[in-house]
Design a binder for this molecule. Structure first.
Ligand code: AMP
Ligand code: MG
Length: 320
């Protein structure tokens, strides 16, 4: 029997019994457990093979619940939460002492978000506790944006994937922390930096582990297909370097019409970056299952969601 189901009451029962459930969000599917259950949280790390130094995001059903999780809310954090929640933005703030160290990797801050997906919002409302939910993929691999991706990764390890269809935004949330009450972007994501800046003014980006030990999950290689992947500005030139191989290409909008390539996925024929972001991981899953020798991805324009897409493509590549 398939583990994919739309049954919210089954998800509630499993989560109350310290079990894990994969949940749909508008960013990617999450592997969720009760934040107060040591058993559930340990099993999130074990199932994903995620190192314990990499903290988890806490999911809550409404802005009002933020004060139960964090101890200090800078005024710009309040403004961002009111503007963008429910939505694809995670805030990292000083934690309440009741938030377990396992969730935060021992840090005194906690990452928290109100996701924008009707099924998961309903689930969170029915539960007496928030959910910790990292992306529902083995550590380092491509994040899941469809229930089938999760089932393929974890079919023997979890009981339920709550079916919410394909994720509307398709890349992870934008993570914003605070230094001296000023916002700092720790991870580029599904909320464009320009949208954040329109609300709180210019923000600094610190999204590599070299400059930001505060964002411990930002490893150089992550979100990666098992097929060798290259990122390039000049796709025709890169293809020439691999002639004779089975080549898959991932392009933004233009059809290459090149018969030396085995597979091509165009992310948005209309050049719409929102559409491209929503299809990115599904395209990577797809190419990774076509028995190719190499995947060549085209770099996006470096603004708006293009910045976030480039960040993920960069981390998916062998060459950096
Ligand atoms: P994932 O849920 O798999 O998308 O990963 C969550 C990411 O959130 C981690 O990799 C961290 O980079 C970030 N994160 C979670 N908690 C914190 C925290 N307390 N401080 C800084 N970054 C955090
Ligand atoms: Mg992840």
């Amino acid at each position: 029997m398939s583990i994919i189901s739309k049954d919210i009451s089954k998800a509630v029962a499993l989560l109350k019994a310290d079990k894990l459930v994969a949940i749909p969000t508008e960013t990617v599917y999450g592997l969720a457990g009760n934040i107060y259950s040591e058993k559930a949280i340990k099993s999130i790390f074990e199932t994903k093979k995620r190192p314990f130094f990499n903290p988890l995001i806490v999911h809550i059903p409404s802005v009002e619940q933020l004060e139960n999780i964090v101890s200090h809310i800078p005024s710009k954090a309040k403004l961002l939460a009111k503007t963008f929640w429910p939505g694809s933005m995670t805030l990292v703030l000083k934690k309440q002492s009741t938030i377990p160290d396992l969730i935060t990797a021992g840090k005194n801050t906690v990452a928290v978000r109100v996701p924008n997906h009707p099924i998961t919002l309903e689930l969170l409302k029915q539960l007496p506790f928030p959910l910790a939910a990292p992306s529902a993929n083995p550590f380092g691999s491509i994040s899941p944006t469809k229930p089938e991706h999760v089932a393929r990764y974890f079919k023997n390890d979890i009981d339920l994937v709550l079916d919410g269809g394909a994720c509307a935004n398709g890349i992870e949330s934008t993570i914003i922390g605070f230094e001296n009450d000023d916002p700092i972007i720790y991870r580029l994501g599904a909320l464009a930096i320009e949208d954040v800046e329109a609300v709180v003014g210019k923000v600094t980006i610190k999204n590599s582990k070299e400059i930001s030990p505060d964002a411990p999950g930002m490893l150089d290689r992550h979100y990666a297909p098992s097929t060798q992947t290259f990122l390039t500005d000049t796709i025709s030139e890169e293809i020439k370097k691999h002639l004779g191989k089975r080549i898959g290409v991932l392009v933004f909008k233009s059809d290459l019409k090149d018969d030396t390539i085995t597979a091509q996925i165009i992310l948005s024929k209309h050049g719409d970056m929102v559409e491209a972001a929503s299809k990115l991981y599904d395209a990577m899953h797809n190419l990774d299952h076509q028995n190719l020798d190499v995947i060549i991805a085209e770099r996006f324009p470096d603004f708006g969601l293009g910045k976030s897409i480039n960040d993920r493509l960069q981390r998916a590549t062998f060459s950096s």
